[in-house]
Design a protein around this ligand. Structure first.
Ligand SMILES: N[C@@H](CCC(=O)N[C@@H](CS)C(=O)NCC(=O)O)C(=O)O
Length: 306
């Protein structure tokens, strides 16, 4: 297994992936990608998909940390992200954390740090969500509005730990912990640190520190060109048997996929694998040849390509 993670330091979703790799005790190769477009050494691999992190092995690319979690689980079942009795709760809490708790947290932290974020980041993120470039005043004002959206959600997270349990759903970490943790992690280490938001909740702080000790596993640096060369030298792995759902495109048909939350750019290709949880497209790029790009179904749209 030779896993490559495309990421950048301050990406919280990347922090989730790094911690998941650490939890599974994996060694991986680290490819640093830019936090804003253009991403000329990433897009040849994924087509239109530009988000971070991406997991690569040879000529296979997994988009989205939900799918990355399942892929890592398939390879290294123990320790599991889904201890007995936690699966439904774990996935649902993860979905809440990443779909409801994350965006106001990002707007709050970036708003507080409006004057100190990397050049071009506010414009890039607005564009990512289909919005015009915001004024610095609008970014600052968003902090205040979103403070009121994050407060009750921080409290929910703290309340999950009220009875003294070590992790959100018991004595072992599960997928909910990884998904809640990276949102909390995002509050740290900016020009203006926002971690004081958690100060009223000592059990939450102890949980956060417990999660941090999982670490990132062992990794070595790899250049962007080398990752492209790895893909070029390899062929996509043989897919598992597909299980198309009603109305789904069949393997061999052409389709396109993109995140369903305002993302503009589609990844296009031939369906290689499809079931209720995943859709994989085979695409050919002049720089890397044939690659398989894997997406989760939840949170992503697809269309048939005529
Ligand atoms: N649902 C995705 C979300 C990934 C995501 O939004 N990542 C952010 C960075 S934390 C991103 O890529 N933002 C745009 C960019 O970096 O170009 C996942 O779980 O991987």
């Amino acid at each position: 297994m030779s896993l490559i993670l495309h990421h950048y330091d301050f990406s919280n979703f990347a922090e989730k992936a790094r911690l998941m790799l650490g939890f599974k005790g994996l060694a991986w190769q680290s490819v640093e990608q830019p936090p804003i477009l253009p991403k000329p050494k990433l897009v040849p691999l994924t087509g239109g998909y530009r988000r971070i992190p991406i997991l690569q092995e040879g000529a296979d690319l997994w988009c989205d940390t939900r799918l990355i979690a399942h892929e890592l689980e398939r390879r290294v079942p123990s320790p599991t992200f889904f201890p007995d009795g936690t699966r439904g709760h774990g996935e649902a809490i993860a979905w809440w954390a990443e779909q409801q708790f994350m965006r106001p947290s990002a707007l709050f932290v970036s708003g507080i740090n409006a004057d100190h974020m990397p050049e071009g980041l506010h414009d890039d993120r607005a564009k990512l969500h289909g919005l015009p470039p915001p004024s610095i005043e609008a970014v600052r004002a968003a902090a205040i509005r979103n403070r009121h959206l994050v407060r009750p959600q921080i409290k929910w997270l703290a309340q999950m730990l009220d009875d003294g349990r070590s992790y959100l759903l018991g004595e072992k970490p599960c997928i909910a912990d990884f998904s809640g943790y990276h949102v909390v992690w995002f509050y740290r280490g900016r020009h203006i640190d926002c971690r004081a938001a958690f100060d009223p909740y000592p059990k939450l702080l102890a949980w956060r520190d417990r999660m941090a000790t999982i670490g990132h596993g062992t990794h070595t640096e790899m250049g962007q060109d080398e990752a492209l060369a790895v893909a070029r030298r390899a062929s996509p792995a043989a897919p598992r048997p597909s299980d198309p759902q009603e109305g789904d495109p069949r393997p061999g048909e052409r389709a396109r996929v993109r995140p369903s939350d305002n993302a503009r750019d589609w990844t296009e290709g031939e369906v290689l694998f499809i079931d209720a949880d995943e859709i994989s497209l085979l695409r050919t790029d002049p720089e890397v040849g044939e690659v398989a790009v894997h997406f989760p179904r939840l949170g992503y749209d697809w269309r048939r390509q005529r």
